[in-house]
Design a protein around this ligand. Structure first.
Ligand SMILES: NC(=O)c1ccc[n+]([C@@H]2O[C@H](COP(=O)([O-])OP(=O)(O)OC[C@H]3O[C@@H](n4cnc5c(N)ncnc54)[C@H](OP(=O)(O)O)[C@@H]3O)[C@@H](O)[C@H]2O)c1
Ligand SMILES: *[C@@H]1O[C@H](CO)[C@@H](O)[C@H](O)[C@H]1NC(C)=O
Ligand SMILES: *[C@@H]1O[C@H](CO)[C@@H](O)[C@H](O)[C@H]1NC(C)=O
Length: 321
């Protein structure tokens, strides 16, 4: 009996489906943070949104490697809880909480000012914080709130910390985008909340496209400085990222997540890879998939002329404040 005949038997079909699920569950990235012996003693790292989900595991990994880690969070009690957990798990006591609300440009610039006053060096910046599914709202700076949180806030933060990172070179910037950027569109009026259609993750998808576009242009501008900038897709990860979605969507997500999605710890892998792996020394302006492989982002994210324009517009929007 040939294989196809076998598969026609319902029992075998079910068995192979189960097998496929197991194989899917077992699929491991091509790089293992646990097996990577890189140490970060004497290095300083900032992780935004480090109190939950993927961000906490990224910060945990840096702490385990001996780094001085700054948790950039907006909520003091959630941030302190993460700090305690990271210190308890890793034994690293050089972990610090600094408050920042990335949706508010004043808060971002106050945060950066304090970092510049207190830190002698900055070797790793991870732009992890992000939101999805927020209803329409315009911030006091005049920005649409998802764009402010996911793109303009991190954009300003990165720019304010650049000189410190250049002085600390070699240094690495890693920005968490998403495979969802492929469905995103570029329309510069979106930043102010114009011409936006809300529905599921539509706005989120646009913001994640801008993440890659501006990271690529930043990488181009940083050529020769020893500071690299890359974007990653963390995978489809079971976190609180859908907290603003209706119950039934979260229910389906969690059901699927149980079988197929990554844990937050697994979701941290591609970011840790970009931040510490020796083989990525000097690699910049690239986009990495959740299994740590180098892949091409969507065509819009590779348009160099568009990137120059996007970066300039974001600079203008954030510097006037
Ligand atoms: N989960 C996925 O499947 C997935 C897929 C692709 C990409 N990503 C990306 O991965 C990153 C991390 O997401 P996650 O899944 O770990 O989500 P999460 O569990 O919701 O964590 C998001 C973090 O961002 C923080 N944050 C949100 N708004 C903020 C603001 N205005 N200022 C400062 N911090 C803010 C949150 O703080 P609070 O706890 O105070 O809310 C939280 O610590 C995001 O950039 C997301 O777009 C996730
Ligand atoms: C911080 O998070 C806690 C727990 O979710 C919540 O009760 C509290 O209101 C939050 N604080 C602020 C300032 O948002
Ligand atoms: C956002 O992107 C995801 C992943 O590519 C896609 O499945 C979804 O349909 C997109 N959302 C919208 C509203 O375009």
């Amino acid at each position: 009996m040939c294989l196809l005949d076998l598969l026609r038997q319902p029992a075998w079909a079910i068995l192979s489906l189960l097998l496929a699920m197991v194989v899917r569950l077992q699929r491991r990235p091509r790089w293992d943070p646990q097996a990577c012996r890189v140490k970060l003693n004497g290095k300083t790292a900032i992780v935004t949104g480090a109190n939950s989900g993927i961000g906490m595991y990224i910060a945990m990994d840096f702490a385990r490697r001996g780094a001085r880690v700054i948790l950039a969070c907006r909520n003091e009690s959630l941030g302190m809880a993460a700090l305690k957990e990271i210190t308890k798990t890793t034994g690293n006591t050089d972990i610090h909480l600094r408050l920042v609300d990335l949706s508010c440009m004043d808060s971002v610039s106050n945060f950066a000012t304090r970092i510049l006053e207190e830190e002698k060096a900055l070797h790793i910046l991870v732009n992890n914080a992000g939101v999805s599914g927020l209803p329409r709202q315009i911030t006091k700076d005049g920005f649409e709130v998802s764009f402010a949180t996911n793109h303009l806030g991190p954009f300003l933060l990165t720019n304010l910390l650049l000189d410190l990172m250049k002085r600390s070179a070699p240094a690495r910037i890693v920005t968490l985008s998403s495979v969802n950027h492929k469905k995103g569109q570029v329309d510069f009026s979106h930043f102010r909340g114009e011409n936006l259609v809300y529905g599921m993750d539509k706005v989120y998808n646009h913001t994640k496209l801008h993440n890659i576009i501006c990271t690529n242009e930043l990488a181009r501008r940083l050529q020769g400085t020893g500071v690299t900038a890359n974007s990653v897709h963390p995978g489809i990860v079971k976190t609180g990222v859908l907290r603003h979605y209706p119950f039934w969507i979260r229910y389906c997500f969690n059901l699927l997540a149980f079988f197929f999605f990554k844990t937050a710890e697994e979701g941290a892998c591609s970011t840790i890879y970009c931040a510490v792996a020796e083989e990525l020394e000097g690699v910049t302006g690239k986009y990495f998939d959740s299994d740590c492989s180098l892949v091409l982002p969507a065509p819009l994210a590779r348009d160099a002329a568009l990137a120059v324009k996007d970066f300039e517009i974001c600079e203008r929007l954030t510097s006037k404040l």
